[in-house]
Design a protein around this ligand. Structure first.
Ligand code: ADP
Ligand SMILES: CCCC(=O)OP(=O)(O)O
Length: 376
């Protein structure tokens, strides 16, 4: 059977993760960390494209790896209109919507653009798998208290589905048979109610919902944000950047690195301890609310993402939410393996790649005239 060379690309808010596979066998991987200073010079997310591309090529060269002969470039995706879960072929329309940041501005918007750049240079095909804009929300989850503003689906879908599948298999069960609350705790944080394989409600971590994260504000009372917006101190772009890239731990104490935060706490920094515990507290409250969405019928609460390496954070969350269901820690992410596996399913004809049409999964309710601006 022919084997396939697959390169996976995962630009996050604090890192660019890359991995090279021969079929599903990992050949090489690297988590390229970006300091706050490195990224601060880019006023727009799209301005980071060349920087992230060059750094990927530099690391590959240093490690003696080449992208020649790659069959598929698979980017984590994001930024475009909502889609069903699965593998999608990257096309011009998707590239345009990702560039425009239809779903908000986040480095994951660069993933499909980077995959496309590499295909142009080295050949092969470009895919994305379970991007953050996978939309499986139930109707009630979409509502806000304003008629033309709807909550959006913006989830670490790739990793959340993968850990859900792996957890289910560890219990000799199927993901599609379980109710789970999964919290991805990374640069961004999304907490999601998974009902029998569908992500029926989640915190929109790109557009200012859910818990604060190392670099995002999370939910803030609307009028406080309104006052900030009209204070004259910020342009719209500056305020968007503050809320989505420079808030959370970053705004409070100037760092996004969980390891450095833990060091500061060890050295007796009480402000560092306060913001650490505040983040944990907000995650716990979110877990409780998504358990309620599942009517308390929760098989397990799964903690994943880089912050789940922090043992004290995991212990605190166990103490606060363990009454709901067993709390399982699956630190880090399985995103690179999931991206490669997606491409492999297409090559082996086990799945068909979806075409991106630019038509959002959800088009609004038929009982009111929805502003499309707010729905997808
Ligand atoms: N051992 C650890 N202890 C505490 N925090 C950690 C550890 N390892 C990674 N982190 C933190 O996890 C966060 C990054 O998580 P990750 O899921 O890789 O995020 P992203 O993909 O958003 O960049 C950073 O704040 C990083 O410092
Ligand atoms: C769900 C959107 C992607 C995201 O938040 O990723 P990071 O945690 O890497 O910022």
């Amino acid at each position: 059977m022919k084997s396939y060379k697959i390169f996976t690309i995962n630009p996050g808010s604090t890192s660019t993760k890359i991995a090279l596979f021969n079929d599903d066998e990992l050949i090489f991987s690297q988590n390229i960390m970006h300091s706050t200073e490195d990224l601060a010079i880019f006023s727009e997310i799209n301005d980071q494209l060349d920087y992230r591309k060059e750094i990927i090529l530099k690391v590959l060269k240093e490690k003696g790896q080449t992208l020649e002969g790659t069959d598929a470039f698979v980017g984590r995706g994001g930024g475009f209109k909502t889609v069903k879960s699965g593998v999608l072929a990257i096309n011009e329309l998707m590239l345009k919507d990702a560039f425009d940041g239809f779903a908000g501005q986040h480095p994951c918007n660069l993933a499909v653009q980077l995959a496309n750049e590499f295909v142009r240079e080295f050949g092969g095909v470009a895919y994305t798998v379970n991007p953050p804009v996978v939309d499986e929300l139930q109707d009630l989850a979409r509502a806000t208290g304003l008629k033309n503003i709807y909550r959006k689906s913006s989830i670490h879908a790739l990793n959340q589905k993968e850990v859900g599948i792996r957890y289910a298999h560890s219990q000799d069960k199927q993901y599609e048979d379980l109710n789970l609350v999964i919290a991805h705790l990374g640069g961004g944080i999304s907490v999601t109610a998974h009902e029998k394989g569908r992500m029926i409600d989640s915190s929109d971590n790109i557009n200012g919902d859910g818990p604060m994260s190392p670099n995002r504000s999370g939910s803030i009372p609307a009028l406080s944000v309104l006052r900030l917006a009209f204070s004259g101190d910020y342009t719209q772009k500056e305020l968007e950047k503050l809320l989505t890239r420079e808030a959370g731990w970053m705004d409070h104490i100037g760092i996004t690195d969980g390891i450095e935060l833990a060091d500061r706490i060890k050295q007796g920094d009480s402000y560092a301890k306060f913001v650490h515990d505040a983040l944990v507290y907000q995650v716990a409250k979110n877990i409780g609310s998504y358990a309620t969405v599942l009517k308390g019928d929760v098989e397990a609460i799964i903690l994943t993402g880089g912050l789940a390496y922090d043992k004290s954070l995991v212990e605190q969350l166990k103490e606060m939410t363990g009454y709901i269901a067993p709390v399982i820690s699956m630190p880090g992410e399985y995103e690179m393996e999931a991206l490669a596996a997606g491409a492999l399913r297409i090559f082996r004809r086990e799945e068909e790649a979806q075409e991106y049409t630019g038509e959002a999964v959800w088009q609004g309710f038929d009982f009111e005239e929805a502003s499309l601006d707010g729905v997808n």
